[in-house]
Design a protein around this ligand. Structure first.
Ligand code: XMP
Length: 512
């Protein structure tokens, strides 16, 4: 059975991934491809519809990205969004001009009867973001929506199955945007909506088996969500032919190494070869006395590769390397171009001496929340599936100054309490990232009748979509108080708790 899909043709808009994400919410597989993709590819019978995205250019300027005009005769339904809608108009004989008034933000839209707007209110709120507008439609096209400053805010040409919206149905500010996309996917493209987690798993299991046959596969397991889900999926497909190498660098959160071993180790339900390497001593030795953040990062990265290589070189007959690469990773490294091998999960380096016959990346088309869904379906515990991001250098960059086993213990214990209380408060899934770090500051305190001279713990909790910028998460004061009291009472060596509520920028999320 060919898998039906909707192809999103990328013209450089900032919401392109989101369009694919929204289509997948309709249980139809969708992928983003560059606008230079060949017609041959788009002609494929699996392609049930095509969406042109928005983009920063003006269609009437020379050199702006265009589509091969033969696409309009393929007989595939097309939906243009923003720049995509202007492009359709421009290429089929309409006119696009610079708008007298740019529209940006929430806008009141009036819709007219159309298949695209079935079930959508006559007056609805949408998100606009444009400086050009369509001033004249190609012949046989008609307007199906307008706003105060945009007389042609959506159009259709039923005979050709071509539609366009000047606004962005994919963003949540367009209140009935998902309905519009559903209308396109189901009523116009006639998709069945059969793309679901369990079919994905069956499909991938079969593909992995076909690709690797009876050969062995190596996967570096970091304990993070992506590599864990990849391990579970590969284990289902090839069982004992999967070798998972998990390096414990001694800079993990409290109980993390044990949990990875519990889930994937010998007594777990996953029947794979789990190789745990406890390299804590080596890392502590190499980090001794090092205080400069970049040097710490470099030492941790290099030592990780050294340990990983030593281990994997023992597995001489492994032919495939598996990675937990996900869709956003590929988009960041430039889709369409041959997929760059992502640096080893969380660390930055692959075993150099090993020659692999091929790369297995079963999650490469999935978004993070889809990876999580698959993880749950494969039986991974929520504690792994909903794990928040954790940097490769681990607690090494959450301890300011030199790293010692004593400081690691302090930060692990404080962090554990922090996480426990956040979970108890029921807000763990609302906060993008939260952790305790150890400032290198020691200060005077009093406990009982004694003077203390101990460390200060820093609490950090941030809210972010892309981790490029972040806002502090507003933790309730009584919760902060409870956490502070527990840390002071339960963690030896701490007499002060500080709350870092700085945004990024100017701070970063991590302390180093
Ligand atoms: P910063 O501190 O730069 O962090 O604001 C942004 C996000 O990236 C994570 N991070 C890392 N992840 N290896 C990783 O895999 C690293 O070296 C690394 N440094 C920072 C950080 O936890 C946050 O989510």
């Amino acid at each position: 059975m060919t898998q039906e899909k909707i192809v999103v043709v990328d013209f450089g808009g900032q919401y392109n991934q989101l369009i694919a994400r929204r289509i997948r919410q309709c249980h139809v597989y969708s992928e983003v491809v560059p606008y230079t993709t060949s017609l041959e590819t788009l002609k494929d019978e699996s392609v049930k519809g095509i969406i042109f995205t928005g983009g920063p250019n003006s269609v009437y300027l020379e050199g702006s990205p265009k589509m091969d005009e033969r696409i309009y005769s393929l007989g595939k339904p097309i939906l243009g969004i923003c720049y995509g809608a202007q492009l359709i108009s421009h290429q089929l004989g309409g006119e696009v001009v610079s708008a007298d008034v740019s529209e940006y933000g929430r806008t009141e839209l009036t819709t007219l009867p159309s298949r695209l707007f079935n079930g959508v209110d006559k007056q609805t709120e949408v998100f606009m973001s444009h400086t050009d507008r369509i001033s004249k439609l190609p012949s046989s096209f008609r307007t199906i929506a307008y706003s105060k400053d945009c007389p042609i805010a959506a159009f259709e040409c039923v005979e050709k199955d071509i539609y366009g919206t000047q606004y962005h149905p994919e963003v949540t500010h367009s209140i009935q945007g998902q309905k519009v996309l559903e209308n396109f996917v189901y009523d116009i493209c006639h998709c069945k909506g059969e793309w679901k987690g369990d079919t994905f798993i069956q499909d991938q299991v079969q593909k992995i088996r076909e690709q690797v046959k009876d050969k062995k596969v190596l996967l570096g397991l970091s304990g993070g969500v992506d590599s864990a889900v990849a391990a579970a999926l590969l284990s289902k497909a090839i069982g004992k032919n999967l070798y998972c190498v998990f390096v414990d660098h001694g800079l993990l959160r409290k109980k993390e190494a044990e949990e990875v071993e519990r889930v994937f180790g010998a007594s777990s339900s996953f029947d794979l070869n789990f190789i745990k390497v406890d390299a804590s001593e080596l890392f502590y030795e190499k980090l001794k006395g090092v205080t400069e953040p970049e040097r710490k990062r470099k030492i941790i990265g290099a030592t990780f590769i050294e340990v990983f290589e030593n281990e994997t070189n023992k597995l001489s007959d492994v032919e495939f390397l598996a990675q937990g690469t996900i869709y956003p990773d590929r988009i960041e490294s430039g889709l369409g171009v041959s997929a760059t091998i992502k640096s080893h999960h969380n660390v930055g380096g692959l075993p150099k001496n090993m020659k692999f016959k091929g790369l297995v990346e079963p999650l490469k088309d999935l978004f993070k929340d889809e990876v999580r869904e698959i993880g749950l379906l494969l039986g991974l515990p929520e504690s792994i599936v909903y794990r928040q991001p954790f940097p490769g250098p681990g607690l090494g960059i959450r301890i300011i100054g030199d790293v010692t086993p004593e400081k690691i213990q302090i930060v692990q214990d404080a962090d554990y309490i922090f996480r426990e209380e956040i979970k108890k408060a029921g807000i763990d899934r609302e906060i993008s990232q939260y952790f305790a770090a150890l400032s290198n500051m020691r200060s005077v305190g009093v406990m009982g009748d004694f003077r203390t001279y101990d460390y200060a713990i820093v609490l950090r909790a941030v809210q972010t979509d892309d981790f490029m910028t972040a806002k502090p998460y507003p933790l309730p004061y009584d919760l902060l108080t409870r956490i502070m009291e527990r840390i002071i009472n339960e963690v030896k060596g701490v007499n002060r708790v500080l709350y870092d509520f700085t945004s990024k920028p100017p701070s970063t999320i991590e302390l180093e």
